[in-house]
Structures are given as C-alpha cells and as structure tokens.
Design a binder for this molecule. Structure first.
Ligand SMILES: NC(=O)c1ccc[n+]([C@@H]2O[C@H](COP(=O)([O-])OP(=O)(O)OC[C@H]3O[C@@H](n4cnc5c(N)ncnc54)[C@H](OP(=O)(O)O)[C@@H]3O)[C@@H](O)[C@H]2O)c1
Length: 327
C-alpha cells in the first residue's frame, strides 16, 4: 500500500483515541514514528502492537526529539495546556484532541505560542474533515437552498456516575460541554456565517457539580439561530438539522457523518448525498493536518475552535463550573 503519511508523528497518550490514530496511520500506509505515555508500560505495549520503533522513557522527551514533526495529544482536557506549551515552544506542530484547552485564556496562550514558533496548532475535530461537509457546502453555495435560518443539534450519551473515568470528574475537566458540547457547537459554528453572540442556556448539574445536561439557544448578528441540547446521562441520536429558506438538510452521526438527506420544501423531493466513510474519520484529519503543515491549504479551522471555546468558556462562567486548575 502507498504511504500517504509524509511527516514523523509522535503520539502523547495511548488510550481509546490514541489507538484509533495509530490505526488511521496504518490505514494510510504509514506508521507513527514514536510514542510517549504517562504509564510507560502502556507505551511499550502500544509500540509493540503497532510496530513503532521509538518509545520515550518520559513522554516529554518527544519535545526535544529533532525527528518529530507533529505531535498528536490524546490525554484528558485538563492536561492539554501544559503539553501544548512545551510542544509549541519546541517548534512542534500539534494536533490536539478535543476539547483543545479548558478555556479561552489557555487557548489564546497556545495560539500565541503557535504563531511565535511558526507552527500549526489544531484541534482534532473530526467533523471539520469529513468529506460529506465539503459536498454539502458545494450544494449550499449554489444558492438553491436559499439562506440558512435555523440549526438544531443534539448529542447525548449515557455514562455511569463513575469517578474513575473523565466524564463527571471535575479533576479531569469532566462535563457535557467540554466532552460532547464541543462537537455540537463546532457543527453550529461551521455552518453559521458569523459566530453566535447572543446565547441563553439552562443547565442540570451532575452530583459532582459539573454539567450533566445543557440546553442552549444561540443567535448571531445575521439572525441565524441554533438550538443545542447535550447530555451525558441519556442517549440521543447524533442528529443535525440545517433549515434553509427552500429546504432542510438532515445529517446523522454528524461528527463522523457520511450521508445527508436534503428535502426541498417546494415539492417535497429528496436528495441523498454521500461522501467519505465514517471509519476513515481520523485519516481525513491526519491528511488535512499534513497538508497544513506542508504549507498547502490550511483546513484546520482554528478560528472556529477559538469561537467555540469562547462560547463554552462563557457558559461555564455563567453556570459557575470551575475546574481546579482555574481556581
Ligand atoms: N475525537 C474523538 O472522536 C475522541 C474520542 C474519544 C476521546 N477523545 C478525546 O481524547 C482525549 C482522550 O480520550 P480517550 O477516550 O482516548 O481517553 P483514555 O482512553 O482514558 O486515555 C487517556 C490517555 O491519557 C493519558 N493520561 C491520563 N491522565 C493523564 C495525565 N494526568 N497526564 C498525562 N497523561 C494522562 C492516559 O495515560 P495512562 O495510560 O497513564 O492512563 C492515556 O494514555 C480526551 O481529550 C477526549 O475528549 C476524542
């Protein structure tokens, strides 16, 4: 198989999504160059599993390794900023899992460091890289759907109140907003022509004090509106709805969507559009990151990441959800 991976990637973290990244690299015909992890033995078995030759005794050694071009960060949210500081200051490009930081202040610092060191910084937001959205945007840009008016977006998964995982644990920056709200808001931001500046919301707290459930009403200067309901304690379909003047678009499993259905309201006719494959989500992300690093088209949408982080920061301030690192 052709090797479509041009750069040397190091992964910081070997959990669920770290394994997915290693699988994506293999599927692209390449491999991760190196791995580092808090628990060294897990890095060793990860390296064995994927045939990676370089394992660091201390994951921070990857910042000083001259062979490393791009670092992929897949540790919990509250650990990101420290890793970003060191990686960006060492001149490494970084693709960091969502949510990229805890708040806008941290993100501003990371963006500044990336600029100072002339490197690419991006959040690993799969939906920004799914081919279905390019196809959908081509149709939207023809103008036949008219202007976008309303977005509805839900995301819910059922997680137990288990403090051993990150979901409800304030010490691991748990809560629905940073864990899944970030997807819903990224979808909203990607389709709105300006970021929402009027936001109302309701919260239901988990027993640990983080946000278990949140509903949001958002509007931007152009009058485009969105409703978003997220929950970490009930399952909902990952369904996105875009309502235009002349029709509406439904998209399922939207963070890694591959199919959308357009209904034209004048005659009720339907158009099914398909592009890309859900299982290749991380491959698209890797290829876009490599393109950006090569100096080609930068499709990493960092401005959207900043806009979404500003919304989430404002909502957590409103609901007084403060993580230990922020006190
Ligand atoms: N984009 C997506 O589709 C997607 C999907 C899932 C998760 N994520 C994001 O990816 C990140 C990790 O999620 P995951 O599900 O892969 O988690 P996970 O399976 O629990 O793995 C977490 C990884 O982070 C390391 N880690 C934990 N605490 C740490 C600390 N204090 N300092 C340094 N390393 C630490 C763990 O190391 P040990 O081996 O030492 O425990 C492990 O390698 C989260 O930010 C999450 O939101 C994204």
């Amino acid at each position: 198989m052709d090797n479509n991976v041009r750069y040397n990637w190091a992964t910081y973290g070997v959990g669920v999504i770290g394994n997915e990244l290693a699988g994506a690299m293999k599927a692209l015909g390449g491999n991760l160059y190196s791995v580092g992890n808090r628990t060294h033995e897990k890095a060793v078995s990860f390296a064995k599993k994927y045939g990676i030759s370089k394992v660091y005794d201390d994951p921070d050694e990857m910042f000083e390794d001259p062979k490393v071009d791009i670092i992929y960060v897949s540790t919990p949210h509250n650990t990101h900023i420290d890793i970003l500081r060191k990686a960006l200051s060492s001149g490494k490009h970084v693709l960091c899992e969502k949510s990229i930081t805890l708040n806008s202040k941290e993100l501003e610092e990371a963006v500044r460091l990336a600029k100072e060191n002339n490197v690419i910084l991006a959040e690993a937001m799969t939906l920004y890289h799914m081919p279905i959205y390019n196809k959908l945007n081509d149709i939207i840009n023809t103008g036949r759907l008219g202007n976008l008016k309303i977005i509805q977006m839900n995301f819910g998964s059922y997680k137990d109140y288990d403090m051993n995982n990150r979901f409800f644990n304030p010490n691991l920056a748990g809560g629905a907003l940073l864990d899944i709200g970030v997807y819903a808001l990224s979808f909203v931001r990607m389709f709105m022509d300006k970021t929402p500046d009027k936001i109302e919301a309701q919260v239901k707290y988990a027993p640990t004090g983080v946000d278990e459930q949140m509903s949001m009403l958002l509007m931007n200067e152009s009058g485009q509106m969105a409703t978003v309901i997220i929950s970490l304690h009930t399952k909902q379909p990952k369904r996105g709805l875009l309502a235009f003047e002349n029709g509406y678009v439904e998209i399922y499993e939207y963070p890694r969507g591959e199919k959308a259905v357009i209904t034209y309201t004048a005659d009720g006719s339907r158009e099914v559009i398909e592009s890309g494959e859900t299982k290749r989500a991380l491959e698209y992300e890797v290829l876009d990151m490599e393109e950006a690093v090569s100096g080609g088209m930068n499709n990493m949408k960092l401005q959207y990441t900043e806009d979404v982080m500003e919304i989430m920061t404002g909502l957590r301030e409103k609901f007084k959800i403060v993580y230990p690192e922020e006190k």
